[in-house]
Design a protein around this ligand. Structure first.
Ligand SMILES: Cc1ncc(COP(=O)(O)O)c(C=O)c1O
Length: 383
């Protein structure tokens, strides 16, 4: 497929899936239900998905190629061949300077996050989470009876690490962080985070969700994964859904100390090799990890579009947070009419969450998506 056809195909398939069964994940509040959105976008075939922080460039060409090659093996469980789950664990381990025993694969990173909530919260333990954040762990842990303690970000929207540490007590089993954070897009300064993790992981297990870390320059230096080799009590989650453009294939992983990974693997997968993530997603993840060029293109493209987006916000005099991810969180003054305006123009986005009820989060789509969005904002007096 040449680039133009591929883009058109991508656009068509996005539009179809959005029109048919878009179920927006609402981790933050009950306000934007799938139902209301779907009603408003029904019968439209060109929806701009600036909602889920997906990579608008699509998966890489190497993924398209490998899927063609491995589809014929779909009759087999994904074991004992070149692109099986063990090969993926091995590759992740090599790239992170860890062992395959430090890696737990899941269907998206969502699955390891839910497993973590279960593992650390099912006996009524205390789990400390930042707020706001993409709080799968807190949501799930509450359901199973854990005492979830949210700690609000400070006035600069930075995670309040001091306050989080001060809430640790003997019942605390886990403290979670997200870096860069969703929905703010802000990141914690690396040395600050490192020394926090080093010190505080002696008191409780720390999980750092690094779903968006690849969008940062020199991201490897900013990851907390090396602390695992130092023997620290740290868990890291990563996903192929964001910069790698594989959200629909549902694959992600957790890194952690061998003892925790072994316990969780035994508990949640029974160690059954055939139940690893499916062969297409595993093979796609393997080729993606080897495709540095795609990663770089995606990162550079995101940085450029994000800069243009922020320049446009500056020109309109709207407040926003400096983002290190593939979305920007900004003040639209009144979220309700803003969202209505966007939906009328088939733009899907998120926001209206309690901490900042009039702020919106927009995923960095294509340049065309972004200029379309600003075009619709132009001349609106309330903005
Ligand atoms: C911070 C963060 N972590 C984890 C996830 C889960 O993504 P996935 O299950 O696709 O890996 C998301 C999804 O948007 C996210 O924003």
């Amino acid at each position: 497929m040449d680039t133009i056809n591929r883009r058109q195909w991508l656009k068509n398939s996005l539009a179809t899936s959005a029109g048919l069964s878009l179920l927006p994940l609402n981790v933050f509040s009950e306000t934007d239900t799938a139902h209301t959105r779907k009603n408003q976008i029904d019968n439209n075939d060109s929806v701009r998905r600036l909602l889920y922080n997906e990579n608008h460039l699509g998966p890489s060409k190497s993924v398209e190629d490998i899927i063609k090659q491995v589809t014929f093996r779909s009759n087999r469980y994904s074991t004992f061949y070149e692109y099986d789950a063990n090969a993926l664990k091995q590759l992740i381990a090599e790239q992170e300077g860890l062992k395959p025993e430090n890696v737990l694969l899941g269907h998206g990173s969502f699955e390891p996050l839910i497993w973590t909530a279960t593992h650390f919260g099912s006996k009524g333990e205390q789990i400390i989470v930042p707020s706001p954040t993409f709080d799968v762990i807190g949501l799930f842990a509450r359901k199973i009876g854990a005492n979830v303690v949210p700690v609000e970000v400070d006035s600069d929207f930075k995670m309040n690490l001091t306050e989080m540490e001060s809430r640790i007590n003997p019942k605390t089993s886990l403290l979670t962080l997200c870096n860069p954070n969703n929905p703010t897009g802000t990141a914690i300064e690396t040395d600050t985070l490192k020394s926090f993790c080093r010190m505080v992981s002696d008191k409780t297990t720390i999980l750092v969700d690094e779903a968006y870390i690849h969008f940062m320059n020199s991201w490897k230096e900013k990851s907390m994964a090396p602390l695992i080799t130092e023997g620290k009590n740290i868990l890291i989650t990563r996903t192929f859904s964001k910069i790698y453009g594989l959200a629909g294939l549902r694959i992600g992983f957790m890194l952690g100390p061998e003892s925790i990974i072994a316990e969780m693997e035994k508990k949640f997968t029974l160690g059954f090799p055939g139940n690893m993530p499916n062969s297409l997603s595993v093979a796609s993840a393997i080729v993606s990890l080897k495709d540095d060029a795609f990663l770089e293109t995606s990162r550079n493209n995101n940085t450029k579009i994000r800069k243009e987006f922020c320049n446009a916000l500056d020109a309109m005099g709207l407040n926003y947070l400096g983002s290190e991810a593939n979305f920007v969180y900004f003040d639209v003054k009144n979220f309700k009419p803003y969202k209505e305006l966007m939906l009328k123009n088939n733009i899907l986005l998120a926001g209206g969450w309690p901490t900042k009820p009039n702020w919106a989060r927009v995923t960095m789509g294509s340049e065309e998506d972004i200029s379309f969005l600003f075009d619709k904002m132009k001349g609106k007096k309330w903005l």
